[in-house]
Design a protein around this ligand. Structure first.
Ligand code: SAM
Length: 266
């Protein structure tokens, strides 16, 4: 594990991510990429085990130079070993704490900055500096699977609402970058890109999974733990709710996410 992200958890969520990604946003990315200079230089931030790289490589038909950046060397090693590389693709990795580093040098010469499930962890200040650096260089930005604050459980709307409020409160805690934007990340991205002269294409990328799916236990237990931190007096009740949910493997769970793709207007 690193910062709460195990390779097993990332493998489980990749299945939900793949089904959830916005076709509209992906279409905008593919259209933009056609006719760009080759190789296309792509930087994937918070790359983990490379889920985003493996998903994007077949969509980007031209040769790509991939750089995968993450603070977790073990996750990055898995990303290289399992990368999806076309014949002329190249890949490198960069172990870096994005919260503590000047990201500027990493962005030099990059055509496309990509990130999956990263921006809800960052602070408003960090995002401002990041957007200044990206837009000053005119790189395109793909930000997918950003949690938007919506949790729903089939047949359990009231409990889902209570849990959602507690989890979203927890989402604003420090995830290494200062007070996290959590569900505020996607609107902050959209607004921050537009005021910096970018055109933004956005769409929903909501997870839909069953309580019995691989990875659902980690998800629900993570919520129970987060909610219990915010409401310690209700810990037992919340834990019992989690156990009851996991005992109903067919129950559908929905988690709201947003994707966006942005390019300079001119
Ligand atoms: C939710 S995971 C997403 C991983 C991957 N993008 C995916 O979609 O499977 C967040 C990733 O951000 C990385 N991360 C978190 N804080 C970081 C930091 N300060 N610097 C660099 N990477 C960080 C974690 O190690 C993890 O791999």
């Amino acid at each position: 594990m690193s910062g709460g992200f195990s390779a097993e958890w990332l493998a489980a969520r990749a299945v939900w991510d793949r089904a959830a990604r916005s076709p509209k946003v992906e279409g905008a990315l593919v259209q933009w990429a056609e006719g760009r200079r080759e190789p296309l230089r792509v930087l994937d931030l918070g790359a983990g085990t490379g889920n985003n790289q493996r998903h994007l490589a077949p969509l980007l038909k031209m040769p790509c130079d991939w750089c995968l950046a993450d603070s977790d060397a073990a996750l990055l090693a898995g990303a290289v070993g399992n990368a999806a590389l076309k014949a002329d693709d190249r890949i490198s990795v960069r172990e870096i704490d994005l919260a503590a580093s000047d990201i500027g040098p990493l962005l030099e010469g990059v055509d496309l900055v990509a990130a999956s499930a990263l921006f809800d962890l960052v602070s408003a200040d960090w995002l401002d500096r990041f957007l200044d650096a990206v837009t000053a260089r005119g790189s395109a930005l793909l930000a997918v699977l950003t949690y938007d604050g919506r949790i729903d459980i089939e047949g359990d709307r009231e409990e889902a609402e209570n849990l959602e409020a507690l989890v979203n409160d927890h989402q604003h805690g420090d995830k290494g970058f200062g007070p996290a934007l959590g569900p505020g990340a996607h609107p902050a991205l959209v607004e921050g890109l537009r005021v910096r002269g970018y055109r933004v294409e956005e769409g929903a990328s909501d997870w839909s999974l069953a309580a019995g799916d691989p990875g659902a236990r980690e998800l629900v237990e993570g919520w129970v733990s987060a909610a219990g931190e915010i409401a310690p007096l209700d810990r037992e009740e919340i834990a019992a709710w989690g156990v009851a949910l996991l005992a109903r493997p067919e129950t559908r769970i929905y988690v709201g996410h947003r994707d966006l793709f942005a390019v300079p207007l001119s």
